[in-house]
Design a protein around this ligand. Structure first.
Ligand code: GBH
Length: 451
């Protein structure tokens, strides 16, 4: 296999873990059921003008009631693992304090159903649906401690059956999109110092979460995070350009993955932020860099870089008007990012294991005569998977892949207008229909090879 050129197909490692991913607010619905507390996304989605078409997650895919059907969709594709998130506010409705037994009972049932069908759950503790009752949300340092208490509770209850936890999903999204750009909940546009503080609370929550899981979960439980690191592709594969991609990866992610892996805010970040740098308490950086068992990456859009003689030694190249994109305007296509994302994270920090916690795309899927043919998605997945395969061939410790997403769902500020699923969901009837890509993914899993 070593002699095969990258991206030309062939087998994956024998124990490669094939999965699909979803997130609680995007699929569950049932927002007022069984004692679930309100979240920041309930409030945001119900605020006029915030989400395309006024869409909310009130019903979503109704997976709260249809989870058994979802398990069967996974099973039909031969998927071995399911990355799901828990709604914090079902388990602790006010974010801290009183727990809600019905919330944990629900996730007990979901997890038992997956296990009974031979599917391994990978559980994300926080995928953006923050209990609204937490005062100040992520602007308040206390939220990080509340998260740790919730993580401890989940670990005690579920770690007899769940062996892989991810603390948070995509630090940059719930911090910056929510508090700087204002396009996600809670919809704020804060000044830089406050944004940096929110980011600090985010990485602190991750670190406290890692410690809580270690302290309360069954021994051997694996813990990491799902990060949408900004990834860089060297335009030309020479040492100088590769070094530029590595440096860009380290510096652009300084407030997130770099801090987590290195236990400090690197000089370039502190210098750039100056007086706006986060206020850090004694011991914070040690907590933030609590050792993780794996790093999981959400890989979508590429950025291309080239080496440069002037500081900082790299130039991030803007996308061109001609750059190919999928159905979401932000979703540029650049399959090499799949290889270079994994490679740069490995070169910089050597995490023990890497996963792809999300990869997939939106496409203009249409149901015609009861079928949904989505050759664009198949094209996209085949190309990205060829590049992940290159990483495995070169011996990088990439252990598994979670396709985003099992089914069309609530795409945050885009509402139901952007479809990422390998199953089509008719949001009027909530009927799920496998797209051609689901059949393709099932065949890939069956052969454990790109075909
Ligand atoms: C991931 O976000 C999320 O984890 C997942 O929940 C989501 O459904 C999936 O990917 C697909 O988006 O409107 O141009 O300003 C990926 C990160 C966050 C990138 C929202 C695009 C909007 C950019 N995405 N962001 S824009």
């Amino acid at each position: 296999a070593g002699a095969q050129p990258a991206g030309n197909g062939g087998p994956f490692p024998p124990d490669f873990l094939w999965g699909c991913a979803t997130a609680s607010y995007q699929i569950e619905g049932a927002v007022k059921e069984d004692g679930r507390g309100e979240t920041n996304w309930d409030v945001f989605a119900h605020t006029p003008g915030r989400v395309a078409n006024g869409d909310t997650g009130d019903v979503a895919c109704d997976s709260y009631h249809r989870y058994q059907e979802d398990t069967q969709l996974l099973k039909a594709m031969g998927v071995k693992a399911y990355r799901m998130s828990l709604a914090w506010s079902r388990i602790v409705p006010e974010g801290r304090g009183q727990e809600n037994p019905k919330g944990l009972d629900h996730y007990d049932r979901v997890i038992d159903d997956l296990l009974a069908n031979g599917i391994t759950p990978y559980v994300t503790l926080f995928h953006w649906d923050l209990p609204q009752a937490l005062p100040g949300g992520w602007q308040n340092r206390d939220t990080a401690y509340a998260f740790a208490d919730y993580a401890a509770l989940v670990a005690r209850r579920l770690s007899d059956r769940v062996s892989h936890f991810m603390t948070v999903n995509e630090l940059r999204c719930f911090t910056d999109l929510g508090h700087m750009q204002g396009i996600h909940a809670p919809g704020l546009k804060l000044p830089p110092a406050q944004v940096n503080q929110v980011r600090h609370h985010g990485v602190l929550a991750h670190g406290l979460g890692v410690q809580a899981i270690r302290a309360h979960a069954r021994r051997g439980t694996q813990v990491g995070l799902a990060d949408n690191t900004s990834f860089f592709v060297p335009v030309i594969e020479t040492e100088a350009h590769i070094a530029a991609a590595r440096k860009a990866t380290r510096e652009v992610n300084a407030m997130f993955l770099t801090a987590i892996m290195e236990g400090r805010y690197i000089d370039s970040y502190l210098e750039a932020e100056g007086a706006n740098a986060p206020k850090v308490q004694d011991g914070d950086m040690k907590v933030i860099s609590s050792p993780v068992d794996f790093v999981a990456l959400n890989v979508y859009t590429p950025s291309y870089v080239r080496a440069d003689d002037a500081a900082p030694g790299y130039v991030v190249l803007p996308h061109q008007p001609s750059s190919p994109r999928m159905a979401s305007p932000w979703l540029y296509v650049g399959p090499e990012v799949a290889y270079w994302g994994v490679r740069c994270v490995h070169d910089l920090w050597q995490p023990k294991a890497l996963y792809i916690s999300e990869n997939g795309c939106s496409a203009d899927d249409q149901m015609v005569d009861g079928r949904v043919d989505d050759p664009d998605r198949v094209m996209y997945l085949r190309n990205y998977l060829g590049q992940f395969q290159r990483a495995t061939r070169e011996g990088l410790p990439l252990k598994g892949y979670f396709l985003w997403s099992l089914m069309d769902n609530y795409e945050w500020a885009d509402g139901y207008g952007k479809r990422f699923g390998v199953h089509y969901v008719d949001f009027a009837t909530l009927k799920r229909t496998p797209k051609l890509s689901a059949q393709w993914y099932g065949e890939l899993i069956r052969r454990n090879a790109l075909v």
